[in-house]
Design a protein around this ligand. Sequence first.
Ligand SMILES: Nc1ncnc2c1ncn2[C@@H]1O[C@H](COP(=O)(O)OP(=O)(O)OP(=O)(O)O)[C@@H](O)[C@H]1O
Length: 577
Amino acid sequence: MRHTEQWLENIPLPVVVTNHDGVIRRYNFRFAQLFAKKADGINIQELFDQWTSYEHNIISAQLEGKPYALNCNECEDDGQASLFYVVNDGAYIQKVQQKIHELSQVNQELDAIIEDSFDVIYITDGEGNTLKVNSAIETCTGFSKENFIEKNVRTLVKDGYLKDSVTLKVLEQKQTVTILTVNNAGKERLSTGKPIFNEEGEIVRVVTNARNFSELDEVYQELRKALELNNYYKKELEKLKSKNRRDPDAIIKSADMLEIFDLGERISEVDATVLVLGETGVGKDVLAKHIHRSGRRYENGKFVKINCGAIPHDLLESELFGYEAGAFTGAKRTGKQGMFELANNGTLFLDEVGDLPLTLQVKLLRVLQEKSIQRVGGTKMIDVDVRLIAATNRNLKQMVKEGEFREDLFYRLNVIPIHIPPLRERKEDILPLVYHFLHTLNTKYLMKKEFDRGLKEFFYNYNWPGNVRELSNLVERLILMATEDVVTVKHLPAEYGQQEYSEQEYGQPIHDQKEYDLKGEYEKEMTLKEAKEIAERKVLIAAVQRYGSTYEIAHKLRTSQTTIVRKLKQYKLHANQ
Ligand SMILES: Nc1ncnc2c1ncn2[C@@H]1O[C@H](COP(=O)(O)OP(=O)(O)OP(=O)(O)O)[C@@H](O)[C@H]1O
């Protein structure tokens, strides 16, 4: 055995010598044992099933599923430049390889995360040399990312790429630093740099995060817009829902009324007091109910109505606020809830609020301010959550001037004033109302009555002092009184006249009931008392037709309700209510 072979055999690992191209020249016994075939003259790579070269002359190879790690060094063999391979078990190398692979994947993921960040992420070593930076630096500084990679922050500041460097401050102060910077474009950025120390307490990395406030603000604005849109859709949905709740019997066709009812929907969710103004019978009640139905109070509480003009003054307080047991003679033993309590979480509709006596006006004001009531004869305060809608056909401002209505209460009620115009000022509503009542009443009375064109014209042209209430009453009267199926002007009750009225005359209905036919009366010879009676009767007939209650007539005619009741009896007249 030659000296070299002997030397190879002495090595306790498989070894092989190849020429520079990898062709095997000689090997030891341990190497020979690895292969079934003879290795002489074969290229070493062909002996293995897999062959991968790495840096530092390391080769990872595989043979029949077993991993090997080969270490390659240059040597001289018989005076020829050769390669000397030592073959090791590759299991360890394979593990290291696996780890390297895993680490490089993690590294890639980390790079992707850093790159995708909305904030600038900037990492340097302990000297301030840039190791990593993401593309957000470009929008932040206006310079491309390549200008930063591997550069030292001191150079970057000197060359004007960075205005202010939080990394430098961290390196100087050896602690976390936060600064607010403004870039060339005037955008504000909050930068926080954090040092990472090694075991010796030296800084090995500085990781900086910079957040663009202006962009954040833009994102916030976008979010706000999206939320607003969301809210808008929610409200529209609510509106649609509340539209479904609309009273199908409320006929709203004119532009004025559509706007008023729309406003009613819009204010349905706020609790401000609404003051509904308008002549008698225009639909103040209908609007109040509509406001209640459109909002959440419809689901949570009741709509309670109290007509301040129809209830005797001495009963009104206990009706409104309730009473405790034994509060007065005739009071229930259990006591009684008032309208405020009944309307808790709902809506209280105070109709004819102008008829509220001054003493109760003070109490109402207190309830509105304190949101709690005290029952008559009671001592404890009861909390109430009530939305108040008040209505009147009286001129409250004038009443305030004349000392009949408290100014403070007026302002408290008048938070959202809504005036409903009389029917004569919204004629587009007249015929739809006529058709509506005609249809409803035909169904109710199992009839098939129709109005002819002349009658419809009358309806359209008449000035309706009693507004919708008067219109609906007249439709009902006509349906019930007319014997024919087609109802015409000749069926109109006497007080509406049957002669050919001009449009102007419709506006001033003539009351030619036989009993009260006043035409030409004044031409007769008569006493002053008789003339006064005729005039009084005439005024009363008109008032009865126009106004709903004796209280209202009394108010309009500036006299007491008892006088009105007496006079109506005297002239054999009846009020509508
Ligand atoms: N738009 C409408 N559609 C259908 N019916 C209506 C409409 N407006 C009013 N009415 C009817 O007319 C009548 C009078 O309406 P409402 O009681 O709401 O009037 P008001 O203004 O409150 O009257 P008052 O001042 O006398 O209390 C009621 O029967 C009501 O149902």
